[in-house]
Design a protein around this ligand. Structure first.
Ligand SMILES: *[C@@H]1O[C@H](CO)[C@@H](O)[C@H](O)[C@H]1NC(C)=O
Ligand SMILES: *[C@@H]1O[C@H](CO)[C@@H](O)[C@H](O)[C@H]1NC(C)=O
Ligand SMILES: *[C@@H]1O[C@H](CO)[C@@H](O)[C@H](O)[C@H]1NC(C)=O
Length: 479
């Protein structure tokens, strides 16, 4: 208002004439441009008329994929459901997660949903008419495979992705949403990961999405699969599991698996430390078989361990377990941070590619003498038996976040009596500062590891800052 008053106060008649002339020229230019718009001058996205898209009013299919667009189908049973509730409660949130648990009957007592956090349960349809001929396998494989048809038949609104998992699969839902956003749900996609075990893949297929790690099927492919699945169930009666039935039927539809390494079937036992501290750059999407492995944190039981990890997951899901490596040149230390879980301090110079391989802390899924059983789909390195030859390890203690950033602290696992160098001997605590990791779809498609800096050790405490790497920065002690 003030500026226009000023303008008119200073206008003389001749100036007014010029001003009006300018205005009319601008108006003519506007008419010319708007009556004959050039494609390059239009900033609006083209409007595509699609018969079905125009019918759906509320959500356009081009809006960003969110939690509400995922529908989870959890394969469970009356016998196992109650024991798996701690895992389900961890990731299922009734306000934002849509899920059904498929059981073979009413769950046995003792399960209590007083907190209302559990997914609704559904009793699967009768599958006794389908044949099952795998020796010493379980008929329930048919029921669990058929979940892929039953859940589509529910005809829930606005489902872009059907996600399948077991009742002992822990999903990292926000990361799954991010990963699936990279793909167009109107096309046919079957997304998951194979097993860590070479043997399991060779028995099934290297191209099969293993069901315990979980997999996602785009709504368009799921609709087609639901129509033909029963016919496949007759043809593949000789297979062992539900996932191999889905894989076979999807293969007959002409679709292969899209591999996303964040899904973890966890066909391994014992200590998962080596797997969890060298996670690939893709976001963590799932963990399975948590009852079959050791608790992931020392001095905690299995469910406490996962709850502890989820404190960090809730604050910065995309960063969870993402590994970054930095060097303290003055003390000749190499530090590997697996965010939200553990920090390892190596004395001396460890090259980055070596730290990306998995320390063999775990044991094979199948016990036996066959060397095939102990082959994995990863590059492995030795985890020394001698504690003193291992890196000094710190586990997540606490997490704090405010609008300035996130602070995680890690405390030393056990005081050891090893002959360590002066700089690490008295190191008790590591504090890591970071900012919440926010990646858009394009950044998700071309991920880059972040860098970190180590501040001088003071009073047994090391401080690390995680940040984006410079344009040509190298992660090395002497770049
Ligand atoms: C779900 O939403 C309700 C109402 O908005 C809220 O009171 C409740 O705390 C939420 N529950 C969870 C688990 O977020
Ligand atoms: C794990 O520990 C928590 C807390 O101490 C306890 O409530 C829970 O029952 C324990 N779970 C198992 C399976 O022992
Ligand atoms: C050094 O650390 C100890 C605990 O580890 C603490 O009590 C003491 O106050 C710290 N000293 C300084 C100067 O920060």
């Amino acid at each position: 208002m003030r500026t226009s008053n000023f303008l008119f106060k200073t206008l003389t008649p001749s100036r007014l004439h010029n001003f009006l002339l300018c205005l009319s020229l601008l108006f003519i230019a506007y008419l010319l441009l708007s009556s004959n718009p050039q494609p390059s001058s239009s900033h609006q996205a083209p409007i595509v008329h699609h018969p079905r898209a125009s019918l759906s009013s509320s959500s356009s299919s081009s809006s960003p994929t969110s939690r509400r667009h995922l529908l989870f189908a959890i394969g469970s049973s009356s016998g196992s459901f109650a024991a798996r509730l701690p895992y389900l409660r961890l990731w299922h949130s009734p306000n934002s997660t849509r899920a059904f648990a498929f059981l073979d009957g009413l769950p046995s007592s003792s399960d209590d949903d007083s907190d209302g956090l559990l997914p609704p349960t559904v009793i699967s349809q009768d599958t006794s008419a389908f044949p099952y001929s795998f020796k010493s396998g379980f008929r329930s494989a048919i029921r669990l495979a058929r979940v892929a048809k039953e859940i589509v038949d529910f005809a829930e609104a606005d489902v872009r992705w059907f996600v399948f998992g077991d009742d002992d699969t822990v999903f990292f839902v926000d990361n799954l949403v991010k990963v699936l956003s990279k793909y167009d749900h109107t096309r046919w996609y079957y997304i998951g990961s194979n097993s860590e075990s070479y043997f399991q893949n060779s028995k099934n297929s290297f191209e099969m999405a293993f069901g315990g790690g979980g997999f996602a099927i785009s709504s368009s492919l799921a609709a087609a699969l639901a129509k033909v699945l029963d016919s496949c169930l007759f043809r593949y009666s000789h297979l062992y599991g539900s996932d191999s039935r889905i894989f076979s039927c999807v293969a007959e539809l002409g679709v292969g698996m899209t591999h996303e390494p964040g899904f973890h079937q966890v066909d391994m036992r014992g200590n998962l430390f080596g797997l969890l501290t060298a996670h690939p750059l893709s976001p963590m999407v799932s963990l399975h078989h948590l009852d079959k492995v050791d608790p992931i944190f020392p001095n905690m039981n299995r469910s406490e361990s996962m709850e502890h990890l989820f404190k960090a997951v809730k604050v910065d899901p995309l960063r969870i377990l993402q590994q970054c490596v930095c060097y303290d040149r003055s003390n000749s230390l190499t530090v590997s941070v697996s965010w939200g879980y553990a920090v390892q301090v190596f004395e001396g110079n460890e090259l980055l590619p070596d730290l990306l391989s998995l320390q063999r802390t775990f044991t094979p899924w199948r016990r036996g003498m066959n060397t095939d059983l102990s082959r994995y789909m990863y590059t492995l390195r030795d985890y020394p038996r001698d504690v003193c030859k291992r890196p000094v390890t710190f586990f997540l203690e606490s997490i704090l976040s405010d609008n300035l950033g996130v602070r995680t602290t890690y405390s030393r696992q056990n005081p050891d009596n090893c002959a360590r160098g002066k700089s690490v001997k008295n190191l008790k605590k590591i504090t890591v500062f970071s900012r919440k990791l926010e990646l858009d779809t394009e950044q998700m498609k071309a991920p880059r590891r972040q860098c970190c800096d180590i501040l001088p050790i003071i009073n047994g405490s090391m401080v690390i800052h995680i940040r984006e790497c410079g344009p040509t920065e190298l992660i090395a002690m002497h770049p």
